[in-house]
Design a protein around this ligand. Structure first.
Ligand code: APR
Ligand code: ZN
Length: 342
């Protein structure tokens, strides 16, 4: 099969002919329909974050496809089924799995990190983690549910616990943040979207943000004053979806006393924390990672109800051969979400 292979950092992925994956008894073989292109891959390609499986490795962890073959013990899937492949597979028996927090499984396996991923014509995955995609869902577009939509869903619903009427500041409206905006808005929040690019803010408005702030045009102090004015003293919730120490430092300052700050963006750098403010305002600081399997059917239902939109968020489509063009667009922050289509 054809695959985009990561051989070493600071080098484009290479399109290579590799062997078809062979499935074990508990796995399914999926003919990939589409795979979303995620910022996480740039951590490996550009920023020296090592993959767990030593290169060469096939990256790609946001895929949908059609089941081609199933292992001997697989009962829930058959050839021809439409399937969504989550980016992380859980062990099912560690403490966190047993209490229903599979997204922080102590033995998690990440697609396109611990094992070969889905920038390939075929991918093999454990059947128990896969989600049935209804036939009336758009197969290629649904790929982005696996990470770009599911991660924001978990952040908004389970970690931020957004309630109708809450004021929610979303810092960063890129591929991940834009879905935080639309899901928080769908949950009934009054969303204040913050970004440095006007086109991202226009999309945020289109997907339900009530207010937008271009933070490149204002000093931090003025941004905080504006947020305090809009929210009458500070937001209930702030969600950071960039992973920039500067915006991470600013996030908790947007909150009212008793407010909740949720970290979705990833950074390997430390960010300053004003402990006095945290203590005196009794703020909550919360991390959010991925999504639990039980939430995927709920996300699919919200898409069917048109409360979450996929189409506007997918700004570019590329053939596998052109995958490095998708990374270039992402480096320049010019795409919202690109998908590789097969
Ligand atoms: N202030 C406000 N917005 C900013 C700033 C800033 N200082 N710097 C960048 N942005 C905006 C960009 O304009 C862009 O819209 O943040 C957004 C970042 O989005 P993407 O580059 O598309 O990244 P995304 O795929 O959304 O991932 C964001 O989430 O899951 C993590 O690993 C992922 O850390 C990454 C983060
Ligand atoms: Zn586990």
């Amino acid at each position: 099969m054809k695959a985009a292979v990561f051989n070493k950092p600071n080098e484009p992925l290479k399109i290579e002919e590799v062997e078809d994956p062979k499935i074990y008894f508990h796995e399914i073989l999926v003919k990939v329909a589409a795979c979303g292109v995620c910022n996480t891959d740039l951590h490996y390609i550009d920023h020296g974050v090592p993959t767990f499986k030593k290169p060469p490795i096939i990256l790609g962890h946001e895929a949908s496809g059609v089941v081609k073959d199933v292992g001997a013990q697989v009962k829930d899937f058959k050839a021809g089924d439409h399937v969504l492949i989550p980016p992380v597979f859980s062990c099912g028996h560690c403490y966190n799995c047993r209490i229903g927090r599979e997204n922080i499984c102590l033995n998690m396996i990440m697609l396109g990190n611990n094992i070969d991923g889905a920038y390939a014509e075929l991918v093999k995955v454990p059947a128990k983690d896969c989600i049935h995609l209804p036939e009336d869902m758009p197969l290629q577009e649904s790929s982005i549910i696996a990470d770009a939509v599911s991660t924001p869903f978990h952040a908004v619903k389970n970690r931020a616990q957004v309630r109708p009427g809450d004021s929610v500041v979303v810092i960063g409206c890129g591929g991940v943040g834009i879905n935080v905006v639309q899901i928080a808005a769908a949950a009934g929040a009054s969303v204040i979207a913050v970004d440095i690019m006007d086109n991202k803010l226009e999309m945020a408005k289109r997907l339900g943000a009530k207010h937008t702030i271009n933070s490149s045009k204002k000093a931090d102090k003025l941004i905080l004053t504006e947020i305090r004015d809009i929210t009458n003293g500070g937001a209930d919730i702030c969600i950071e979806a960039i992973g920039n120490p500067k915006t991470i430092e600013m996030g908790p300052s947007t909150l009212k006393p008793g407010g909740r700050y949720v970290q979705v963006g990833y950074s390997h750098k430390a960010a300053p924390l004003n402990a006095g403010r945290l203590m005196f305002r009794e703020l909550e600081i919360i991390g959010s990672l991925g999504c639990r399997p039980v939430d995927y059917p709920k996300i699919i239902e919200m898409i069917k109800l048109k409360k979450i939109q996929l189409e506007p968020v997918i700004t570019h489509r590329f053939k596998l051969e052109d995958i490095n063009k998708a990374f270039d667009l992402m480096r320049k922050s010019q795409s919202l979400r690109s998908i590789i289509v097969f």
